[in-house]
Write a protein that binds this ligand. Structure first.
Ligand SMILES: Nc1ncnc2c1ncn2[C@@H]1O[C@H](COP(=O)(O)OP(=O)(O)OP(=O)(O)O)[C@@H](O)[C@H]1O
Ligand SMILES: [Mg+2]
Length: 285
């Protein structure tokens, strides 16, 4: 079994004896589970999409992006209770473990968890501590870019090769240079921007939508902001496969029909894409 414990989303996969890889689906029939935890008003802990939608609605009872705090002593308050990044990560791992148990009868023989290549030993130890707290015994931690390279079959190339892995996640942009030599994959260098990711693109689109419709985003109610953000997310994802995307939004008594083209998207996110390029350069110099 493999777990990608991401800043924004987490994912579990099971590798069977027959060599098949099965991605584990959550209760929403999705393979990505938002790495978000929220405490409901009845003091129940929610993990995943339900918790994510409470981020804006109940920010003082919800926590996200806690992977960034792994290795620190930062405390996240959900209501009155304090949780460490280890506690919160353990809750995500536990959720994934429950999904696996519900879908597969076979015992899990070994578990690997991915971590950023730049994680130091304390961050790696804390990831293991989270797994331990979730009742999981980890065989190995694997560097994320190495896992990505393996997923693309790069280990099957026979020559020595060097490649760059660009990983634009939800909140972090990681650039790594990998070298394969004698069948061993090694991370030679890593760089990136810990505060640049897909969520910034979503926010840029949301701010653009608000501006186009004469709405002051910061002054809107949390629920309205959440609506614009989710329309922006939907538009962004559609633009990955379409030249333009539409969404309909209800704010107060008004309905807004939004259309965004790829050219507009590129314009709105120009500063962000420029930052992706500059990260690249610092590493390669
Ligand atoms: N089809 C798509 N087109 C564009 N963006 C997408 C698409 N699908 C997902 N995303 C974006 O990808 C981001 C999440 O990426 P991912 O799941 O790799 O993050 P993560 O691994 O949790 O984050 P990190 O690498 O920062 O730890 C979100 O911002 C989401 O909006
Ligand atoms: Mg990731």
């Amino acid at each position: 079994m493999g777990i990608d414990l991401g800043t924004t989303n987490s994912l579990a996969a099971v590798y069977s004896d027959s060599g098949e890889i099965l991605l584990v689906k959550n209760h929403n029939d999705e393979v990505l589970t938002p790495s978000v935890v929220s405490l409901t008003d009845n003091n129940e802990l929610l993990v995943g999409r339900g918790a994510k939608s409470r981020l804006v609605l109940a920010p003082d009872r919800s926590a996200a992006a806690f992977k960034r705090a792994i290795g620190t002593t930062k405390e996240f308050k959900l209501g009155r209770t304090g949780y460490s990044a280890i506690d919160l990560s353990a809750l995500v791992l536990q959720e994934l473990q429950e999904l696996i148990k519900a879908q597969f009868d076979a015992p899990i023989e070994s578990l690997v968890i991915t971590v950023p290549a730049y994680f130091n030993s304390i961050q790696r130890e804390q990831t293991l501590a989270a797994a331990d707290l979730a009742g999981l015994s980890v065989s190995r931690l694997i560097n994320e870019p190495t896992a990505a390279a393996l997923a693309y079959g790069l280990q099957d190339r026979d020559a020595e090769s060097t490649f760059v892995v660009l990983d634009l996640g939800g909140g972090t942009f990681d650039v790594s240079i990998l070298e394969m030599f004698d069948g061993v994959m090694e991370v030679r260098a890593s760089s990136g921007d810990a505060f640049l990711g897909g969520e910034d693109f979503t926010l840029a689109i949301a701010l653009h939508i608000a501006e186009e419709h004469d709405l002051r985003f910061q002054k809107l109610k949390a629920l309205e902001q959440e609506k614009i953000l989710s329309a922006a997310e939907q538009i962004k994802q559609s633009l990955s496969s379409q030249a333009d995307a539409t969404a309909s939004l209800e704010i107060g008594k008004s309905t807004f029909d939004i259309t965004i083209t790829r050219a507009q998207f590129e314009d709105v996110c120009g500063d962000l894409t420029a930052r992706l390029r500059s990260t690249d350069r610092t590493l390669l110099v």
